[in-house]
Design a protein around this ligand. Structure first.
Ligand SMILES: CC(C)(COP(=O)(O)OP(=O)(O)OC[C@H]1O[C@@H](n2cnc3c(N)ncnc32)[C@H](O)[C@@H]1OP(=O)(O)O)[C@@H](O)C(=O)NCCC(=O)NCCS
Length: 156
């Protein structure tokens, strides 16, 4: 019989090498072409400066290995009537290692991210989703904004 999964926990500095590897795995699975060593280096440098401050990360662990992660980037926002506290979160890099999928890790991580966002006093959580993430997020209450303006991107 396999042991019950551990509850998600906040990542710390010691997790950064594994988180950097999961970032590269995530981007590769989404189909981006990039240098994985550069990705790992840049991700690690970014996290060393900001983990637990501007960016939070929840991880699921099994046998001492990080098998799934989700990041929460905290962003100050200009006043908006639907977001009066002026702080929003963006969920990034929700990723479960292929061998561990379908066991509820992502769902538990997202619940932990939502709890952390409430504790931080954020107004809302935003994210972009793949097809695989759509059911997960929908069940947790995420919905298309439906407001008068929709996100667009200009690549610089
Ligand atoms: C999407 C992903 C994070 C799900 O991880 P997981 O740990 O297997 O997810 P869970 O076991 O918690 O399942 C959560 C829900 O998502 C659904 N789901 C999981 N993988 C799915 C897939 N490939 N296609 C459709 N739905 C999927 C599950 O059925 C479950 O739905 P339920 O709530 O109706 O049971 C994982 O497949 C992954 O890392 N994919 C690559 C990266 C990605 O697409 N990230 C998400 C969006 S940015």
């Amino acid at each position: 019989m396999s042991a019950a999964p551990l509850a998600p926990r906040a990542a710390d500095l010691a997790d950064i090498p594994q988180l950097a590897a999961l970032r590269a795995d995530f981007l590769a699975e989404l189909g981006y072409a990039f240098d994985p060593a550069l990705c790992r280096r840049e991700t690690a440098a970014f996290l060393r400066l900001r983990l637990g401050q501007a960016i939070h990360c929840l991880v699921a662990e099994a046998q001492g290995e990080v098998i799934a992660c989700a990041f929460l980037l905290v962003q100050p926002r200009l006043y908006h009537p639907l977001a009066a506290r002026g702080m929003a979160g963006e969920v990034l890099n929700m990723y479960t290692k292929p061998a561990h999928r379908g066991q509820g890790h992502a769902a538990r991580l997202m619940e932990a991210v939502i709890a952390a966002a409430r504790q931080l006093g954020l107004d809302a959580l935003h994210l972009k989703t793949t097809r695989a993430g759509r059911a997960l997020y929908g069940h947790l209450g995420f919905a298309e904004d439906g407001g008068p303006n929709a996100p667009m991107t200009l690549k610089l």
